[in-house]
Write a protein that binds this ligand. Structure first.
Ligand SMILES: [Zn+2]
Length: 177
């Protein structure tokens, strides 16, 4: 993926977190959740450290696992609480946002699989159906191939974009007595 799908997950999650807020008011939440959704890809620095792609801490390794999603989700929820959300609901939201990263990468048509079950298993996994094109890594993303991946992702994730930009839900107006 070229990351646009992960960013749109964050945008849509911000609307779930703050359904009554206008788009401008939930902008920081959207940026925060998009960052959370992208977080597992910080592991690309493993390449610079000489850690092989297929190693447990290589790209798409431990950081893309469900265990990492739970740890990050709990940690973030302890520091951030959107209005009208309990700790449990915030933890669930943050965990799901991070977990979608690995799951979406498992729908891509290239690279190594995802170590979803780490630390129980180092096995790299893909789904049987892989409609998303894998993105070139690093500077190679600025290329015709990178643009093609971006356009394909925009098509696939258009529903999340629409949901994320949808006007806020209105509460039923309380009539004064
Ligand atoms: Zn990834």
């Amino acid at each position: 993926m070229a990351s646009i799908g992960h960013i749109l997950v964050g945008l849509a999650a911000a609307r779930v977190a703050e359904p009554h807020a206008r788009l401008g008011a939930r902008l920081y939440t959207a940026i925060g959740l998009a960052t959370l959704s992208l977080l597992p890809d910080l592991d690309v620095f493993a390449f610079r450290l000489g850690i092989p792609y297929e190693a447990p801490f290589g790209h798409r390794g431990a950081s893309h696992s469900l265990a990492a999603a739970v740890v990050i989700g709990v940690a973030v929820a302890l520091m951030w609480r959107p209005p009208r959300r309990t700790l449990l609901r915030t933890t669930l939201l943050c965990t799901v946002v991070v977990a979608t990263h690995g799951l979406l990468d498992m729908l891509t048509d290239g690279g190594e699989g995802v170590a979803l079950a780490w630390p129980i298993s180092d096995a790299r996994m893909f789904f049987g159906w892989r409609p998303l094109p894998v993105s070139p890594i690093g500077r190679a993303i600025v290329s015709l191939r990178g643009l093609e991946v971006l356009a394909t992702e925009l098509l696939w994730f258009a529903p999340l974009l629409a949901f994320g930009l949808w006007p806020p839900r209105r509460d039923h107006a309380v009539q004064p007595p």
